[in-house]
Design a protein around this ligand. Structure first.
Ligand code: PGA
Length: 251
């Protein structure tokens, strides 16, 4: 299989400056240049630059957790993908906390993906259903809707820059991950959607699973055919647990 894996740590709004720098330094040796497993970390905005300086020689990619849809302008408090392009390898778009706490619509998320693709970082589009949507048998319908809108304006030549993260909302921060079978089933659904939309190159895209990934469940999740890594929240805040998850991806 040509697509490598990605283990991405989403630090969310956690860690003060000293803690962020300490954690970045403690990740020395986690990523191996010879390994097909890529490692990335997503610090809060103000720590992106100092963290990047620390991990620059550690083969660890750095990403942002969000961006604005415009390049510049009167948008107090916002940061554009074009600005982040200088300091980031990746930018998340449509994380469930952006969608459900900050009210980002599917269309806004699509505009963010387009804004990221217009610059140099690679977008990671996050999709995933709520518990009531899953219980109602609508999980695939919801994920397909988010993919439709999130990738609406992606040109064929940009397809290979995409990564998708399937994160069922009910699994995020709850300690209850999707079962490996359920994670695999939805990641396979996402892959078939990508192939239908983008052809064979869509099938080569990395699809991550996210939601309560831990050192205990990572190996089984990574053993699934269509799970190409993880977006890790809580377990990425401790060097030991993040290291163990990366090790599971390498095994
Ligand atoms: P979690 O978060 O690992 O703490 O469940 C995952 C995420 O929100 O990306």
């Amino acid at each position: 299989m040509s697509r490598g894996m990605l283990v991405a740590g989403n630090w969310k709004m956690n860690l003060d400056r000293r803690e962020a720098i300490a954690l970045a330094g403690a990740l020395a040796g986690v990523a191996k240049p010879s390994s097909p497993v890529e490692v990335g970390i997503f610090p809060p905005f103000p720590w992106i630059v100092p963290v990047r300086d620390i991990v620059a020689n550690l083969h660890i990619a750095v990403g942002a957790q969000n961006c604005h849809t415009d390049v510049s302008g009167a948008f107090t408090g916002e940061v554009s993908a074009a600005m982040l392009a200088d300091v980031c390898d990746y930018i998340l778009a449509g994380h469930s906390e952006r969608r459900h706490i900050f009210g980002e619509s599917d269309e806004t998320v699509g505009a963010k993906v387009a804004a990221i693709l217009a610059t140099s970082p690679r977008p990671i589009l996050c999709v995933g259903e709520l518990l009531n949507e899953r219980n109602a048998g609508r999980a695939e319908e919801v994920v397909a809707r988010q993919l439709d809108a999130g990738l609406a304006s992606v040109a064929q030549e940009d397809v290979e820059r995409l990564t998708i993260a399937y994160e069922p909302v009910w699994a995020i921060g709850t300690g209850v991950a999707a079962t490996p079978d359920d994670a695999q089933a939805m990641c396979a659904f996402v892959r078939s959607w990508l192939i239908e939309r983008f052809g064979i190159s869509g099938g080569d895209l990395r699809i991550l699973y996210g939601g309560s990934v831990s050192p205990d469940n990572a190996a089984t999740l990574f053993g699934q055919a269509d799970v190409d890594g993880a977006l890790v929240g809580g377990a990425s805040l401790k060097a030991d647990s993040f290291r163990a998850i990366v090790a599971a991806a390498n095994a």
